[in-house]
Design a protein around this ligand. Structure first.
Ligand code: MN3
Length: 235
């Protein structure tokens, strides 16, 4: 009977713990994972048409363009996405912008689908304690996060980051940038590109930001929190 190397065996047992993967596939060539729920799972807050176009067109394009950029760079394609993003300054000039935009886009959206599909509410346990300790509690976190999303000029993201000690912070970034580009990790984040909300909310970004909390899946976010603290949160 073949014996798996220890690391592979650990990876398999870790993956089996979760009903759906917390960690998207991390090395190239990259592929678009299906949504982990039906396209209408976030109705009425995020409509099915927006989900379908956002995942099947926008995210798909980031994945395709990322693979195109890496086509003649096999050594980089074999690196985990989080490593590529953390080491952008070392990447070849000819593909650095493509890696930033499309690698960031792939990482951000892979995270985004995972943290939605729930019914909102509030987390418990260690994560609730960290939100109280670092972000002033749920209501203050929501207000500060929504402000970060609303004041991000043009396209971008609002994030709650998490470090290895479990400490949380709210940040925003333009375009498809991510705190992963500074070696950080994202606990959860919201996409404030117009493509994420325009069909239902038009220019009312604040309404979208407010409604989005109703679709968060705190059980998945809690898994990400645990993974971040044990160093296994990839993207
Ligand atoms: Mn998007």
């Amino acid at each position: 009977m073949p014996v798996l190397p220890r690391r592979a065996a650990l990876a398999l047992s870790g993956a089996a713990l979760f009903a759906r993967p917390v960690f998207a596939q991390t090395t190239g060539p990259f592929s678009l994972a299906p949504l982990p729920y039906a396209a209408d799972a976030n109705e009425p807050h995020i409509d099915a048409q927006t989900m379908t176009i956002h995942h099947g067109r926008h995210h798909a394009a980031y994945v395709s363009n990322l693979n195109t950029a890496l086509k003649d760079h096999g050594q980089i394609a074999a690196m985990p996405l989080q490593t590529i993003l953390a080491r952008l300054p070392e990447m070849p000039d000819s593909i650095r912008a493509a890696l930033r935009n499309n690698g960031g886009g792939h990482a951000n959206h892979a995270m985004f689908w995972q943290v939605m599909g729930g019914k909102g509410g509030e987390p418990g346990g260690d994560l609730a304690a960290a939100i109280a300790r670092d972000l002033g509690g749920m209501e203050k976190m929501k207000a500060d996060f929504n402000r970060a999303g609303l004041t991000q000029f043009g396209s971008g993201w609002a994030f709650v980051t998490v470090d290895r000690a479990g400490k949380l912070a709210i940040v925003n970034r333009p375009n498809q940038d991510t705190p992963m580009m500074e070696g950080g990790r994202v606990l959860f984040g919201n996409d404030v590109w117009e493509h994420a909300y325009y069909l239902k909310y038009q220019n009312r970004r604040a309404d979208y930001l407010g409604a989005w909390w109703n679709v968060l899946n705190w059980a998945e976010i809690a898994k990400r929190y645990t993974a971040a603290r044990d160093g296994s949160l990839a993207i």
